[in-house]
Design a protein around this ligand. Structure first.
Ligand SMILES: Cc1cc2nc3c(=O)[nH]c(=O)nc-3n(C[C@H](O)[C@H](O)[C@H](O)COP(=O)(O)OP(=O)(O)OC[C@H]3O[C@@H](n4cnc5c(N)ncnc54)[C@H](O)[C@@H]3O)c2cc1C
Length: 317
């Protein structure tokens, strides 16, 4: 019987959705090991966060109030001390910017193996089986680890935990060595693109490399206008400087969950899909019937976007 310790993720005063996904993943692991699921909430408005995170499946929540934002050293020290106190078998963190910052450091401090960016986990006896994708999702690898481990989970792979729980909530008395804190977050700077938040949009018209030229983006904007939708894109469009960074969907962009996601000339690389697969209805327009996006689309239009998009715009107008 072994416990699991998951670490909640927050930024700029808000819990990130992956925190609720961690509860689902952590509960599954704890069920496999027959142990409890502990949740650490470090920095920020911890009491408020703890209340929100008290969902079905969580046994205990440990809060550590120290500063507002994520801090590498505070997280590393706190999680190391929680591990010493609780002796969990697995430390579970998001594969987020923050998680990837401290998870390897925690593993190093505790002399444990770390497996990152997992998409599936199960435990059999003392063996943890962690599935990861490689080569842009073309290959799936199965990693077997014996004993304790630090594991990061990919966002949007597990459903969010629901339901009100009855976890114990208590402040954990972490001893933070202030002299060992080498960096602090002094503020956030918005990348260009004004105040558009694609993660809030109900309908996204998303464009990829199939659009070929920057000036062709006009047909995408026309469709978005006709639908009262927001324009987003795959990474190459942002890399080309055709749209600002805050329009990028995916692993290194934003995670979006609109009612409708229209993927136009987007192949559906795993890094893109990671950001949009939670969309309710996915429409793909692509000349390649074998493009991966066609596999996850609810409606797949196998045709040339330069014919389909203007026709759709006309219909919606
Ligand atoms: C660490 C890392 C992080 C990454 N993060 C992200 C990320 O956050 N978001 C992201 O999107 N990518 C990300 N990528 C890049 C990702 O691997 C892909 O390269 C990228 O998503 C491909 O973009 P695309 O689908 O627009 O282009 P392509 O893969 O080139 O696909 C273009 C598609 O358009 C179709 N097409 C071409 N012409 C037409 C036409 N006339 N009509 C209809 N269809 C047409 C083609 O059949 C093709 O399927 C990341 C990569 C790495 C290594």
């Amino acid at each position: 019987m072994s416990d699991v310790l998951a670490v909640a993720d927050h930024r700029r005063g808000d819990l990130r959705d992956v925190s609720y996904e961690l509860i689902t993943a952590g509960r599954q692991l704890a069920d496999d090991t027959g142990g409890d699921l502990h949740l650490a909430v470090i920095s920020g408005s911890v009491d408020n966060f703890a209340e929100k995170l008290n969902r079905d499946g969580v046994d205990a929540i440990h809060t550590v109030s120290h500063g507002e934002e994520f801090n590498h050293d505070v997280y590393t020290q706190t999680i190391t001390q929680l591990y010493d106190e609780l002796a969990p078998q697995y430390v579970l963190t998001p594969n987020s910017v923050n998680g990837l910052d401290y998870a390897p450091a925690v593993a190093n401090e505790l002399d444990l193996p770390v497996v990152t960016d997992t998409v599936d986990l199960s435990v059999n006896g003392e063996t943890l089986t962690a599935t990861r994708e490689m080569y842009g999702g073309k290959v799936e690898t199965t990693n077997e680890l014996e004993g304790d481990a630090v594991v990061t989970i990919r966002e949007a792979e597990w459903p969010t935990a629901e339901g009100t729980g009855d976890a114990s909530i208590a402040a954990f008395d972490a001893e933070i060595d202030e002299d060992a804190i080498g960096s602090t977050v002094n503020g956030f700077e918005e990348v260009g693109g004004g105040d558009v938040d694609i993660s809030e949009a109900d309908v996204l018209v998303s464009v990829g490399r199939g659009i070929e030229e920057e000036e062709n983006l006009d047909i995408i904007r026309d469709l978005a206008d006709a639908l009262d939708a927001t324009v987003s894109s795959s990474r190459p469009i942002v890399d080309n400087g055709w749209l600002p960074k805050n329009r990028q969907v995916g692993q290194s962009g934003k995670v979006v969950t609109p009612d409708v996601y229209i993927a136009i000339g987007i192949s559906g690389a795993v890094q893109h899909v990671a950001g949009m697969k939670g969309s309710d209805t996915i429409v793909a327009i692509n000349t390649d019937p074998n493009a991966p996006i066609m596999d996850i689309a609810d409606y797949a239009i196998h045709d040339d976007l330069f014919d389909v998009v203007p026709a759709l715009t006309e219909q919606f107008q």
